[in-house]
Design a protein around this ligand. Structure first.
Ligand SMILES: [Fe+2]
Length: 258
């Protein structure tokens, strides 16, 4: 008989400091409640507004002396919220931590390409990813989770409306990803077996300036995954409504963080 070997919690697309505080604090409480021994951060943990190419697309880019304090201020806020994740993971003794860099996180690499003497602004350095205990993967790299039958990456390779179907058809493996900010699942039977692709929703603000009032299909979710000893898994995506979800017949409610 299959046994549960380990349990993971999955966060995606927080976009600190433009996260949704209710959804994020609820997701932290899910960690406290389910006590995982694996944590997967699917990236876009940073918004990266101050290094965004969009920010300067219609304006003349100011000198570095002007940009750096703004970048530092945003990075401080991102680090503060990453600390909150570390704190809860430490509390429950979750030591196996994985992080897939997202496209927003990758904007910091573009900034360092432009300013090659500012290596400290690479996302893995600026946000102390290794120090926090993460095994991390560059933007776009797909990795196998804990030697199981589940793969993960930030997402972004396949962006059709039915992106989970395109993803599972093209990759032919079980995979979780973020990037789309919606929660979608597709299953395909290949000759090699059943495969599922699941986008994991987001934990960021649903209203963003660039949307200019456009309605979106984004949802707040946190993933819980039980891994069996044969490598298979039970992947559950919890819906978070108004900073609230349920687990095991109990309400888990986020709080505003002071
Ligand atoms: Fe994102």
């Amino acid at each position: 008989m299959k046994k549960i070997k380990s349990r993971g919690v999955i966060f995606g697309d927080m976009h600190f400091p433009l996260h949704d505080e209710g959804a994020f604090s609820c997701a932290l409480k899910v960690i406290e409640t389910v006590k995982p021994n694996v944590f997967i951060n699917l990236g876009d943990f940073a918004e990266g507004e101050m290094v965004s190419h969009w920010r300067w697309s219609r304006r003349k880019r100011p000198p570095l002396e002007y940009q750096l304090p703004l970048i530092d201020k945003e990075a401080d806020e991102v680090n503060m919220h990453m600390d909150r994740i570390d704190y809860v993971l430490d509390q429950v003794g979750c030591k196996k931590r994985y992080l897939a860099m997202g496209n927003h996180d990758n904007w910091y690499n573009a900034f360092v390409e432009e300013n090659p003497y500012l290596e400290q602004y690479k996302p893995e350095n600026l946000f102390k990813i290794k120090e926090r205990g993460y095994k991390w993967y560059p933007y776009g790299e797909i990795f196998k989770v804990e030697g199981t039958k589940l793969y993960a990456y930030h997402g972004g390779h396949y962006n059709s409306i039915n992106h989970s179907r395109t993803t599972v058809q093209n990759l032919g493996c079980n995979i979780i990803y973020g990037h789309t900010h919606d929660c979608q699942r597709s299953v395909v039977q290949h000759i090699s077996g059943v495969h599922v692709a699941q986008s994991m929703g987001c934990l960021c603000k649903i209203k963003k300036d660039f949307l200019k009032g456009r309605k979106v299909n984004w949802t707040h979710n946190v993933g819980v995954v039980d891994f069996f000893d044969d490598g298979w898994f039970n992947l559950i995506t919890l819906d978070i409504h108004d900073g609230m979800t349920t687990w095991n017949n109990e309400i888990i409610k986020g709080e505003q963080w002071a």
